[in-house]
Design a protein around this ligand. Sequence first.
Ligand code: TYD
Length: 211
Amino acid sequence: MKGLFITLEGPDGSGKSTVANLLGEYFEKLGIDCIITREPGGTQIGEKIRDIIVDNENKAMGAETEALLFAASRAQHVHEKICPSLEEGKVVVCDRFLFSSLAYQGVGRGLGVERVKMINEFGLRGVKPDLIIFFDCDPTLTILRKTKAGGDRLELLGDKFHERVYEGYKEIIKMYPENVEIVDARRPIREVYKEVVKLIDALLEKTEGLK
Ligand code: TYD
């Protein structure tokens, strides 16, 4: 595939979404075609699946169902948006991807990293990120900020769950270190963004035909 696939990963409230939007402006300035997208969601069908997943009324949802819904949203995203954009030579920046399912469902929900990876691979068509940026910050403070205003079904799962997810991310990075870069996300967002830009510049240097 011709484009570049960059994913942003990390705990809730680690600043990924803000950085994703700033990256959109950055690529525009460089004159590089880029799409900013997110998971769960990213397509019309995916956004409907997202609504089911985050709905606080869906308390009866089983962990396996949750994992399959995330995988279904991702499969649609790959089919409808990620693959076609990469084929067209675009840069795709995705706020959360496979590592989120491995950390939240595999470790957080206790379904097992390998099993969750397997159900996801069915819908991935072999797509792999060229760069995975992990926003490293302890979730206990950031999640507090988010849940003050209410919070969705997953955000409200409590400190213990989010600590497990964070530890899970670190395990997963050790298991699959390929193309992973870690950014210290406890710093002010501008500094985090600057470091992310450095990583992206290095990737662009290595990639012919985009700049
Ligand atoms: P996100 O969009 O990052 O949260 P926000 O609404 O705050 O922007 O993701 C919604 C929730 O879904 C978040 O708690 C992380 C969780 N999640 C998983 O559990 N597994 C996944 O595969 C993905 C993509 C997200």
